[in-house]
Design a protein around this ligand. Sequence first.
Ligand SMILES: [Zn+2]
Length: 510
Amino acid sequence: MKRNLGRRDFLKLAGMASAGVLFPSFFRLLEPVVPAAAGGKNVLVVVFDAFSAYHISLHGYGRKTTPNIDKLAERAVVYHNHFASANFSTPGTASLLTGVLPWKHRAMNLYETVDASYLNRNIFSAFDDYYRIAYSHNPLVTAFLDQFAPDLNDYIPLDQLLITSDGLVDKLFKHDADTATIAWSRVMKNGETGFSYSLLLWSLYNEYQKSRIGDLGSLFPLGLPAVRYDNYFTLEQAVDWLGAQVEKIPQPFLGYFHFMPPHDPYRTRQDFYNRFLNDDLKWIQKPPDIFTRSSGDMKYMQANCKRYDEFILYVDDQFKKLMDRLESSGLLQDTWVVLTSDHGELFERSIVGHGDPSLYQGVVRVPLMIFEPGRTTRTDIYSLTSAADVLPTLLYVAKAQNAAWSEGVVLPPFSKEPSDPNRKIYTMKLLEPAKGAPITNATLAQVKGNYKLIYYFGYKELNLKDHVELYDIVADPEELHDLYPSRKALGNQLLSELKAKLAEINKPYL
Ligand SMILES: [Zn+2]
């Protein structure tokens, strides 16, 4: 493995100077080169990571988490039954970027990128006559931006919108970022383990970090929002930067911006902290999950849920700020704005977070709102929609083109075709198949009409045989009553449809 610098040398060096001082020129990878075509409307995709529709007041949540988004929705197309393609960032985001589900793009594991066949079938290559700009707080997503960099005019490095960062480590150990980050953390931080391998370096580093954060610390009672432990950022900084940037770049532009909140750690700003303390949210105790086999520690789940909901208030506040700025600059009149997420978050059945084998509604139902240029009224869409629909819809409305490869459809009300009431929506957790191998271990959910079938298979390590659950998500949106034992005929019919689809997906890999 080729490295720019030995780790020992690097750590010595890092003790003496800051990242910016040492390597100021690392932070701009690609200079804008291609002028954009004139005429079309801009497209701005804003993704807030791990933003569950279940926790949005607009969608009926018991806490007023999104007062501003609720108001903004009065001028948007609002999708009420929108599904992420997966339950964590890598597969979920790849579907937004490629218009296909994880079983096709094959980005299934942490830091994995999409199958090479999507290098010329993605949102950036599809908008090749636009000025294309992208940024992500989430390193799992920057893996895709690295992959698609040849199709970006302006690829903003992750570090650029961080107040403090480990970016130097990533740059120096480009092919070994994970191990290098661990080594860096062990010496320089007292992180999750509570101790550092070097007391001297840690205490120097700690003082240095504090000096970089400055007065901002007092605005965030739980600490500053962060990625990878102490790479601090604020959403204000990111949103201000984005607002200023889109006013400067050539039009029409396609912007993809992926911000970390409300992903954990849930660290809201002072003015939203404890907003939901001791409120009267009705807590619903849910049956055990097949994996956790527990209904959970209610106090622990409630405490985390409260912090998450308060973090959503911060997202809501900053999204409004962005939209206000787009409006006052006049850009909103010429820009399609999409608000969505890569997956949701769970606080039920002993599960706090996302990414485990379960696919309950909280982790797969996400917001989708489309702000059409010049629209002054709200349109509510209740049909089932998928993350795979975002790309074909944008390509259709902005450029009148089809994404022939996509598994998604052009969404109502923009499509000329009526919605198919029997359309099946899929969301999934795929476990570790190589890119060229069939899927043999997964949780797949199929949603059709009122029914959601969840099929777990191949979990040998838990000695779990195939397991099926069936919910009527209209009559029982909390998924409290598994209908599979009592409605076997319906369940097995839906299961055979899902297995037929899986066989079709696996066929090229057999
Ligand atoms: Zn995510």
